[in-house]
Write a new protein. Structure first.
Lengths: 248, 532
């Protein structure tokens, strides 16, 4: 029980940025008899902020679960910094699950103290900064928090880590407008370090449109496009118009 | 009485809606008939293997009755526990019918499916006794004065009464989530767990020792059962309609009770000490759940009461050391079952399935996550049971020299250590099996076949203990043969626990994809047409 950390947990971020942070090659997944992902392939360069966009049931959450090593794809490859995704790679990514919940009997402060022990790459300084930015009350019990308050605490937990990849699954789901703004601001603040890679699945395109520099479009488990946002803008299109063109 | 069970015409649709949730489980087509046939066959074979010599025909039917009652309690209780996290909850609460209609429809539908299960168990009991009688020349020892047919006929109304009794008792949990009603959890837990303790008694009954299990008495029990079922029905409706539904309407999925003001700010789950890193912090995370429960005032009061009872029991038990040891033996089944139940709830309760993603996302190998959970539950059980045993011993020591003298002769004290160690090992073994549930999600076929077996596993401690700690060993000198057997058992447990944890770790993520919502979404594609 000496050291439970994964050996690749503290991989140097500078070295890691030379490779694509996330790469999916022909990823296919079936859950029971349903084809959830059908040959999805894309690449996210290190240091970029990518949006994973698509309607409900498109397979976004399943793709993210594959990237977090929750389970392997039936076929194809999912890689993080050129190494296969899997539970042993959880050290290089910080994941915010969709509709995930924290232990309700803990106070927020208790959870954060525990998280500092659970995550070897935890940054106390960043946590203190985010507590102010996201307006989290350390004294409040998680079970008594509103959905928005808990969403902010969960995001704080994700962003207080120094993992080089951050995967956020619907960070705005059920969150009020003011909280959404503070979450988006926290993401922008994080981006200022320029070294992390973000993959964010969201329906709230407007809040995030200006932040994305790459978008991946998925519908009915199939890859429907992967665009550089600057190139889109250069062509006179916005993320929203591109989304409408594909899915409307 | 007629008004009590009356459903308004508009409620028929509601009942149909509730019944629809169970319809896919009915033996209604070739595939489901095969599943049912296989499941009952597995149950019959398992019962023949597990409940062989020492069980009379009456015991087997009585055991079946226990099963029927417990299935009712756990189905009702399980449904009452999951409705809080059910996505349909708010729609359901918004239906323009009375609260009692909402609850009645749930109760009647749940009873319906359990009558099918009870009929299956009844057939298995008949099959079991018929097979064993066919292989015996002298049937009197096993059957007593009753014929198999009269026993079977007498048990049919008992089973029919126990289905609603168990279901209503189980569903009454719906009104016990908040406020003063949480005190009712104590008798509820006693009702839901104590039948497991009866197993030991039933398994050692000879026919001539159990006239109260004869056919005539059983019919009387059925009448009492019906009366109790009516009482349970009234209590359940009152609790659920008056308290349960308003509580449900206020409940926020994922929250942990209503905590306002000061209580919302207080938490003693982690404490102020240093938490540590790595596996130590994982353990603290798991332990915090029990620390929180232990800090709740009603729980502390109940535990204090139990400590007092243990002390008093020990004091008076000093005059009947053998009886005390027998009682201890029957009660030790409970700490064997509690860790398994706790682990099952932690991984398969609807709200907990949603917490699995955060948990599985922690940067540790999964077997360590499971190991931390396993150690935490056992640390809690050992601390709780240890306190009770210490009080029992203290009371025993104060109760006079008689008891102390009894155990100080012929190495009888060894029998206490033997009993405690045997139960501890058995508990370690069966609670590790709880992690294997994840495998049942790999296919519906495995799930169906595993379901009856899984229920039988709760009786495993009682069954195993009949062989490992026989009645004759109570207060006697434990021979080298038994100690060697215990050592072999310890070796088996030491090998089996890590294996079960490894297998569980491989498939634990399947719970994430098997929330009720996910299952229905997948099932929706193959749904059959709704028949009016």
């Amino acid at each position: 029980m000496a050291d439970m950390r994964y050996p690749d947990f503290n991989i140097p971020i500078v070295a890691a940025t030379k490779a694509p942070a996330i790469r999916c090659v022909d990823v296919t997944l079936r859950v029971k008899k349903k084809l959830v992902l059908d040959g999805v392939s894309f690449e996210i360069p290190a240091g970029s902020l990518a949006g994973l966009l698509g309607p409900n049931g498109a397979g976004k959450s399943s793709l993210m679960r594959i990237l977090t090593g929750m389970f392997p794809p039936d076929s194809g490859r999912a890689e993080l910094f050129c190494a296969p995704a899997g539970p042993e790679r959880l050290g290089v990514l910080s994941f915010l699950p969709d509709r995930g919940q924290l232990p309700p009997y803990l106070g927020a402060g208790e959870w954060l103290r525990l998280a500092a022990g659970l995550y070897p790459d935890w940054s106390e300084a960043r946590m203190e900064e985010l507590i102010v930015k996201l307006d989290v009350d350390r004294g409040q019990r998680i079970g008594s928090m509103s959905r928005g308050q808990e969403a902010r605490l969960q995001l704080l937990t994700c962003l207080s880590r120094q993992a080089p990849i951050i995967i956020l699954d619907e960070p705005f789901a059920g969150v009020d407008m003011v909280s959404r703004e503070s979450i988006a601001q926290a993401v922008v603040g994080e981006l200022a370090d320029g070294e992390r890679t973000f993959l964010i699945a969201t329906h709230d395109i407007r809040e995030m449109e200006n932040l994305f520099d790459r978008i991946v479009l998925i519908g009915e488990g199939r890859m429907l496009g992967c665009h550089d946002v600057e190139a889109l803008r250069a062509g006179g299109r916005s993320v929203e118009s591109c989304y409408r063109d594909v899915f409307a | 009485m007629r008004g009590l069970f009356r459903l308004e015409p508009a409620d028929a649709a509601l009942l149909k809606l509730e019944w629809r949730a169970y319809r896919s489980m009915l033996p209604r087509d070739e595939a489901s008939l095969t599943y049912w046939g296989l499941a009952l066959t597995v149950l019959l074979v398992a019962s023949l293997l597990l409940f062989g010599d020492g069980f009379s025909a009456q015991s087997i039917f009585a055991l079946g009755a226990l099963f029927v009652f417990l299935i009712g309690v756990y189905t009702g209780g399980g449904k009452a526990m999951t409705v809080w996290e059910n996505g349909f909850r708010e729609w359901w609460l918004g239906l323009p019918v009375s609260r009692s209609s909402l609850v009645k429809a749930k109760l009647f539908a749940a009873c319906g499916i359990q009558y099918v299960a009870a009929a299956g168990i009844w057939l298995v009991c008949i099959g079991h006794d018929a097979v064993r009688l066919a292989g015996q020349e002298e049937t009197g020892t096993m059957l007593g004065s009753d014929g198999l047919a009269s026993l079977a006929l007498a048990h049919a109304p008992l089973y029919a009464a126990l289905v609603p009794l168990g279901t209503f008792a189980g569903y009454s949990l719906l009104g016990m989530y908040y406020g003063w009603r949480r005190w009712l959890l104590v008798p509820w837990i006693v009702v839901s767990i104590s039948p497991f303790g009866l197993f030991g008694i039933l398994s050692n009954l000879e026919t001539d020792q159990a006239p109260y299990l004869g056919a005539g008495r059983i019919v009387q029990y059925a009448v009492v059962g019906v009366l109790l079922a009516v009482l349970a029905y009234r209590a359940c409706l009152w609790l659920a309609c008056r308290y349960g539904i308003p509580d449900l309407a206020r409940h926020r999925p994922g929250s942990f009770g209503f905590v306002y003001g000061q209580r919302a700010r207080k938490s003693a789950a982690v404490g102020n000490g240093r938490i540590g890193t790595g596996f130590a912090s994982l353990y603290v995370l798991e332990r915090s759940r029990y620390a929180y429960w232990s800090s709740i005032r009603p729980v502390r009061l109940v535990y204090g009461g139990l400590l007092l009872l243990a002390g008093v029991g020990g004091y008076f038990g000093a005059r009947d050391p053998l009886g005390l040891l027998g009682g201890l033996r029957a009660m030790l089944v409970i700490p064997c079952i509690v860790p398994m139940l706790a682990i099952t709830i932690q991984i398969s309760h609807e709200a907990n399935k949603r917490r699995l993603e955060w948990w599985l996302g922690l940067p540790y190998p999964r077997h360590l996550l499971l190991l931390a959970r396993y150690i935490a539950v056992w640390a809690f059980v050992l601390r709780t049971a240890g306190g009770l045993l210490a009080m029992l011993a203290a009371g025993f020591a104060l109760g006079g020299r008689e008891g102390l003298d009894y155990f100080s002769h012929d190495g009888r004290i060894g029998s206490i250590f033997y009993v405690l160690t045997a139960y501890f090992l058995c508990g370690l073994f069966v609670s590790a099996l709880a992690f294997l549930q994840a495998c049942t999600l790999r296919s519906s076929m495995i799930g169906w076949l595993f379901m009856p077996l899984w229920f039988a596993i709760y009786f495993l401690p009682g069954t195993l203990m009949r062989w490992i700690v026989p009645e004759s060993l109570m207060g006697a000198t434990v021979g080298a043969y038994y100690w060697a057997g215990l050592a072999a058992g310890a070796a088996l447990v030491l090998a089996a626990v890590p294996l079960a944890i490894r297998i569980g770790a491989k498939w634990i993520h399947l719970f994430v994809f098997n929330t009720t919502e996910d299952r229905w979404r997948r099932r929706g594609e193959q749904t059959f047409k709704f028949r009016s």
